[in-house]
Unconditional design. Structure first.
Ligand code: HEM
Length: 419
């Protein structure tokens, strides 16, 4: 258990070497986890009965303080499908294209603020950017004061939440200065700002000129003709923030770190990115393969479940180990090498490339994140000359809640681009 908490990726690698494609880890209070890394069994888990293989319930045990128990991430069964159906249309690929210019402008402005000629970590500015993108394009907050409040409150609330997420005993309000009190205060303040935004938007009615995702969610109706209530909307907005903010920032930090430590990739990216998306997309796919932001996902069994020759009892957590599936040498020759070319002109076979999970729980924001990554990487590699602050090896992964981030925040040195 301590090895898993401190070094999850190394633990997964070691267990796979010792025990093969399916192995069990007893993770104490989190239960018995059966990790799986072969595509066929992963397919069986992702396409199995979602009433038996539940994700909302285990997600909720960790995320309840932030997003409640009724959001798309923390619900199961009929409720989950209802929320998912309401949330999916605004994230449709074609619709998302309209966000590209705003993302491009914001990414360019971020790069233009970077210091020149001195080492610095890019991760904080990526975190800030992905947050601004969500507040602008998903929440659609136009009031300047409210916008500033959210940009200040949301990262502080996320940080406070991180402290209590894995130690639920700390979530209780134990008086002034306690992590529980700090989180509760920030949560209440955030709620108040979001509720004020919702009240204003409901009052001002539908505005055809608005294209943010909340505008669509405000008018969306389920099959019974019911709208999302304000409380449901608030929980979904916080879900989208929680699911989309650090994940995208982390994937970008890894992308920059890996490219800078592979000069031929960097050269090709710089020369082709302006003209052609194909290489850029291959780089993005290879980053997700080698450094999946979410190394494993979970499903808790509500009934016994057959996994190959084993019958797993109710209560077991089955966990597709995305990180291990991506490093199989039978699927990806030379699997530990960073080689975007492997994705040029080739699609990964199904259930072998899984950075966004799968089945009825597949990431709703995959298209949104990909668009954002394209625009940010294009801005980064076209506006400045960039090198790694420490050449040699890429940074080591370090655990941060459910994701693994570059241990030093991707330290770089930027120079004005010649010409
Ligand atoms: C590079 C960035 C991202 C990565 C790597 C990522 C990855 C994932 C993964 C692995 C899952 C779990 C799937 C499962 O359990 O099978 C997930 C779910 C989800 N993601 Fe993302 N995500 C990213 C960005 C985003 C963004 C930008 C948004 C929205 C703004 C978003 C919204 C969601 C939601 C709502 C779910 C829950 C879906 C459900 O339970 O039905 N994600 N994501």
């Amino acid at each position: 258990m301590p090895a898993w908490v401190l070094e999850p990726l190394r633990t997964l690698r070691w267990c796979a070497q010792q025990y093969g494609e399916v192995f069990t880890l007893d993770l104490g209070p989190f239960g018995r986890f059966v990790f799986v890394c072969d595509p066929e069994r992963i397919r069986g888990i992702f396409t199995g009965d979602s009433d038996v293989l539940r994700a909302g319930e285990p997600n909720g045990e960790v995320l309840e303080p932030i997003v409640g128990l009724r959001s798309v991430l923390t619900s199961d069964g009929v409720r989950h499908l209802r929320q998912r159906k309401l949330l999916l249309p605004p994230f449709h690929g074609k619709r998302l294209e309209q966000y590209r210019p705003w993302m491009r402008g914001a990414a360019g402005a971020m790069v233009d603020r970077w210091p020149l000629g001195q080492p610095f970590a890019v991760a904080p500015s990526l975190q800030r950017l992905t947050l601004e993108v969500i507040v602008e394009l998903i929440f659609g907050v136009q009031d300047r004061h409210r916008r500033e409040r959210l940009l200040d409150l949301l990262p502080r609330m996320s940080k406070a939440a991180t402290t209590i997420m894995f130690l639920p005993a700390l979530a209780r309000d134990l008086g002034p200065g306690s992590p529980g009190r700090r989180f509760t205060r920030l949560r209440e303040e955030t709620d108040a700002v979001i509720m004020a935004e919702l009240a204003e938007r409901r009052h001002s009615g539908e505005d055809q000129n608005r294209s943010d995702i909340l505008s669509l969610l405000l008018t969306a109706r389920d099959e019974q003709g019911q709208r999302l209530t304000d409380e449901e909307l608030r929980d979904e907005l916080l879900t989208l923030l929680f699911a989309g903010h650090e994940t995208t920032a982390t994937a970008l930090a890894w992308a920059i770190d890996l490219v800078l430590h592979h000069p031929p990739v960097q050269q090709r990216l710089v020369s082709e990115a302006a003209a052609d998306d194909e290489y850029l997309d291959a780089v993005i796919k290879e980053v997700h393969r080698l450094r999946p932001t979410v190394p494993n996902v979970v499903r808790r069994l509500h009934e016994p479940f057959e996994l190959g020759p084993w019958e797993l009892p109710e209560g077991t957590v089955v966990s597709p180990a995305i990180y291990l599936a991506h490093r199989r040498s039978d699927l990806y020759p030379d699997p530990h090498a960073f080689r975007p070319e492997r994705f040029l002109g080739a699609q990964a076979p199904s259930y072998t490339w899984l950075p966004f999970g799968g089945g009825v729980r597949r990431c709703i924001g995959a298209g949104f994140a990909t668009l954002e990554m394209q625009e940010v990487l294009r801005a980064v590699f076209s506006r400045v000359e960039l090198r790694a602050a420490s050449p040699g090896r890429p940074e080591r992964p370090k655990r941060r809640t459910v994701t693994s981030v570059p241990s030093r925040g991707t330290r770089v040195v930027a120079q004005r681009r010649a010409g």
